[in-house]
Design a protein around this ligand. Sequence first.
Ligand SMILES: [Zn+2]
Length: 177
Amino acid sequence: MSLPLIQQYLPGYPAHVQAQVAQLHARGKLGHYFKQRYPQGHAIQSDKALYEFCNGLKQRYLKNAPLLDKVYFDNQLTIERQTLGLNTAISRVQGGKLKAKKEIRISSFFKTTSLEFLTMIVVHELAHLKERNHDKAFYQLCLHMEPDYMQYEFDCRLYLLSLVVDKHPASPAAQLG
Ligand SMILES: [Zn+2]
């Protein structure tokens, strides 16, 4: 695993952390790390279940955020295409008024991950309902919804890196969205 690739997937993390990752990989221990930490999948497989999961978190933590019109798994969002989650406000004319429809799309990739990683990406997209940029206020909102958010984001980046490294050693890093 090359250092530039690690830096791409784990931008802003300290050098000693990046070095540890390279070591884990060199010793063939990355797969073991994930199995041990995140042994279980989850049952959220349909768009309906995803909507309920997402809306449940929103109702609990972001009551004042706009109503979610649509939440669904998207096959088009892939590691190769480099985006794993999207949130959009689509303006549509409805009854003579312009109404913004809030949509959250989550990569179908997360159907097969642990619940922790799905939670991480959902929390990430929900936080974007209120905060546009990846700044301090944004991450505070993420932590408000999921206290282990930072660990999950780190591990999810690491997981993506481990999947990409053997398949597409030269591909650009996937974005969370
Ligand atoms: Zn984002």
